[in-house]
Design a protein around this ligand. Structure first.
Ligand code: ADP
Ligand code: MG
Ligand code: ZN
Length: 504
């Protein structure tokens, strides 16, 4: 199916319209058991091996609320500066779909556990944008369907479908923003920055690993346009299940261009869900959106209301960890780096590795240098994330220690890191096996320097005649003779000394 969608250029769209955005993010909590039963949430098990009468919706089964799930929800709410409900209930959201055996999803409707908050997010240039949070509520995930026999993996054209209910009932927190207005041309960037900040926050709270590529965090992007300077929102489209930060940004951008084309040619936007396509960066029509009344929401009669005591909420508030934006600001000051540097560190996923390396004893500048240099390059080449490299922050710290003690120079340190990454062992083992040590023995160095001078009389003469820059060639010769294991600065000193010239 190829349908081309009319688009106007991004600049033209923004010249005529103001975008309004709403982001709904689902986070799968990392609890050991499901939200309303004791089934395991462990990934990778045999299909349908982690189910019970409750999460299969069998008659007579009764749900029980997972206390850790509620605690995680409250902590997320507090970290998002929300008010926490004194009393709230679950609700049944009724609809039929094969991946949902109960025929309703246990969710929250008009009584969310957390509401009315905000999250400050940082844009590429360091500027802060406040995204207001409407609510964060608890619900459960659905099962997973796999459609077999079609070309696209979608249900259309499939011969049969397989269902795995292991995921049915895993706790989800849905976090919904208020309409985001005033971001203008930066709306797609705000969307991306928001999802990134939220992901960092969730990870800092330790309530989920929030790996988007594994579906632990998914974002729906609602978007509409209003004529520039207007104040009445247009009709929105809702692009579902966008699964990476980059895709969130692209989906928002694409929808701005598409809406502008439809509106600009006198058409109307239909309120519908849309699918995002990674390969083309485009969206296509999904289904026409149900209205809330179609779901026949009603309070869940089988679960007791959730009434978090104020003491408990305050206790949880007091135990919140340092939040990511606060932490980044603190580190930026401590390290004396610019917002651009910090942004680069974040983009590389290097912040946690650097911090852990410093905690393991490295100085901040060296830790940054190795993670953002050698290791980032290596990760890039192998298409891995920094935390997937076969070297630990502790090992990087050990390498920096060997450099500062003078046992290694940078060049040798690079070889050590290369060896660790190649699986040759710990830094000390690689040093031993490869025989890497700075030659600090002055006798050996002096001999190598004498040899280099004797072997290059022409160059030596030039240096004697005052051309100090020519010393580089002799340093090179010594480094070669010592297999890179000499301290280059010391070698240069020795050469100049021998030839009776002083630098500068
Ligand atoms: P639904 O369940 O129908 O998706 P929600 O209220 O859960 O509705 O989420 C709608 C999201 O879209 C919210 O983030 C909301 O702020 C946002 N939103 C609502 N109206 C508009 C609009 N006209 N344009 C853009 N975003 C909107
Ligand atoms: Mg929605
Ligand atoms: Zn179960």
């Amino acid at each position: 199916m190829t349908t081309t969608t009319d688009l106007v250029s991004y600049e033209d769209a923004l010249a005529s319209y103001d975008p309004v955005m709403g982001l709904e993010v689902h986070v799968e909590l990392g609890t050991k058991t499901k939200m309303f039963c004791g089934c395991s949430t462990e990934l990778g098990a045999e299909p349908n091996s982690q189910t019970c009468p409750t999460c299969l919706g069998l008659p007579g089964s009764l749900p029980v609320v997972n206390a850790t799930g509620v605690e995680s929800a409250v902590r997320i709410g507090l970290a998002l500066n929300c008010e926490i409900a004194e009393w709230c209930r679950f609700a049944r959201k009724n609809y039929f779909y094969p991946d949902m055996p109960k025929n309703f999803q246990t969710s929250q409707y008009d009584e969310p556990i957390a509401f009315n908050g905000y999250l400050d997010v940082q844009l590429e240039d360091g500027e802060t944008f406040r995204v207001e949070i409407e609510r964060a509520h608890m619900e459960e995930d659905t099962g997973k369907s796999t459609h077999i026999g079609g070309a696209t993996g979608r249900i259309h054209g499939a011969q049969h479908s397989l269902l795995d209910y292991n995921r049915a009932g895993i706790p989800l927190i849905e976090i919904v923003t208020k309409p985001i207005v005033g971001a203008g041309e930066r709306a797609p960037e705000v969307a991306k920055a928001y999802v990134r900040e939220l992901r960092e926050l969730i990870k800092a709270l330790g309530v989920s690993e929030a790996r988007m590529e594994m579906g632990q965090m998914r974002c729906d992007v609602n978007l509409s346009l209003m004529p520039k300077g207007g104040d009445r929102f247009g009709t929105r489209s809702e692009t579902k299940n966008v699964n990476s930060l980059r895709s969130v940004e692209r989906a928002a951008r694409f929808e701005i261009q598409r809406h502008a084309a439809v509106l600009g040619s006198g058409g109307t936007i239909v309120q519908e869900t849309r699918h995002f396509h990674e390969d083309t960066g485009s969206t296509t029509s999904g289904r026409v959106k149900e209205e809330a009344e179609d779901y026949r929401y009603f309070p869940e009669p089988d679960l007791v209301p959730v009434a978090p005591s104020r003491e408990w909420v305050e206790e949880l508030r007091a135990r919140l960890p340092e939040l990511p934006l606060v932490r980044r600001t603190r580190l930026l000051e401590e390290w004396g780096i610019s917002t651009t540097d910090m942004q680069a560190i974040l983009n590389a996923g290097a912040l946690d590795p650097i911090v852990t390396t410093i905690e393991a004893g490295a100085d901040a500048a060296s830790a940054r240098k190795w993670w953002m240099g050698e290791l980032a390059r290596s990760a890039n080449e192998s298409g891995k994330a920094l935390d997937e490299l076969a070297i630990t922050p502790e090992q990087v710290a050990r390498v920096t220690e060997l450099v500062s003690s003078g046992d290694l120079n940078d060049k040798l340190a690079r070889q050590v890191i290369e060896g660790v990454l190649a699986g040759e062992g710990t830094p000390d083992e690689v040093v031993d096996k490869r025989g890497l040590k700075v030659v600090s023995d002055e006798g050996a160095l002096t001999a190598a320097v004498d040899e280099a001078i004797a072997g290059n009389p022409g160059i030596a003469d030039k240096i004697r005649g005052g051309k100090v820059a020519a010393a580089g060639a002799l340093v090179g010769a010594v480094m070669k003779a010592t297999r890179g294991q000499a301290d280059a600065a010391r070698v240069k000193e020795l050469i100049l000394e021998k030839l009776g010239v002083s630098e500068g």
